[in-house]
Design a protein around this ligand. Structure first.
Ligand code: ATP
Ligand code: MG
Length: 250
């Protein structure tokens, strides 16, 4: 199957530091490709390159086989790359529905100044309703985001990524700061939507990673030290060494 998103030899240098070094990976529709590695390994930088938030120093990014290297984040969004951020990227004083309307309307070329009159654009309302039902946020649609639990706020993040109708979903630590119950809810959500997207998932929660990932790339100091199916990653001596003896075996 053809890759929806592919990185070829992606490299990002900051002054004096190569945060991402010659990283190649790809992801097809219906696949969850987890990117793991210790703090500072370069995972978020890789996500920022794939989302167009950062420009690579060298290497290529392909969407559906087309070279889109150098495209900015709005262009990548239009090309079908949706993302959530490690740190929250939502408007806390707006309601869940209002946040979602902003993301949905970005697909309909309706200018922000018309947001007050969303009711004039039934397609925006329909899109928002569909996305919020999908992620299980129907009951809090009219609550301000600031009034939601941390877990619900992360669900809003995923909803906002889905609202742009993407082919690729880039998720940077969607479970960060969540309790066990909330994490399970997000894992179930990702399971329920996985078939429609190519998902690149950065996550430190290894139970969730191994519950979801079809394939993994392991990074350390900007480089890929291992890539493969979960079984290969669990048994890799290099991966175990990188995590200083954390036990991933069953
Ligand atoms: N804008 C930047 N300018 C300079 N250095 C940066 C910048 N962004 C990231 N770095 C550095 O690049 C390296 C990789 O950072 P990155 O945030 O990608 O790691 P990470 O794998 O996401 O870590 P974590 O698991 O803690 O989120 C780190 O050493 C970080 O300090
Ligand atoms: Mg990170």
């Amino acid at each position: 199957m053809r890759s929806v998103i592919e990185a070829r030899g992606l490299t990002k240098c900051f002054a004096g530091l190569t945060a991402v070094s010659d990283v190649s990976l790809s992801c097809e529709r219906g696949v969850i490709h987890a990117v793991i590695g210790p703090n500072g390994a370069g995972k978020s930088t890789l996500i920022n390159l794939l989302s167009g938030d950062l420009k690579p120093t060298s290497g290529k990014i392909l969407i559906d086989g087309l070279d889109v290297t150098g495209s900015g984040s709005s262009q990548m969004s239009l090309l079908g790359v949706g993302r959530s951020y490690q740190r929250s990227n939502i408007y806390p004083s707006l309601t869940v529905a209002e946040n979602c309307n902003i993301a949905v309307q970005s697909r309909f070329e309706i200018s922000m100044r018309f947001l007050g009159a969303v009711s004039a654009y039934p397609e925006v309302e329909v899109g928002t309703k569909r996305v919020l039902e999908r992620v299980g946020l129907e009951s809090v649609v009219h609550k301000k985001v600031s009034q939601l639990s941390h877990g619900e706020q992360r669900q809003v993040e995923i909803a906002l990524a889905l609202a742009t109708n993407p082919k690729v979903l880039l998720l940077d630590e969607p479970l960060a700061g969540m309790g066990a119950e909330e994490s399970l809810r997000i894992v179930e959500l990702l399971r329920s939507i996985r078939s429609e997207f190519a998902v690149i998932l950065v996550e430190h929660d290894m139970d969730a990673v191994f519950a979801l990932a079809d394939t993994l790339t392991v990074m350390l100091n900007g480089q890929v030290i291992e890539a493969g199916v979960p079984q290969d990653i669990r048994s890799s001596a290099r991966v175990q060494a990188a995590y200083l003896g954390e036990d991933f075996s069953d």
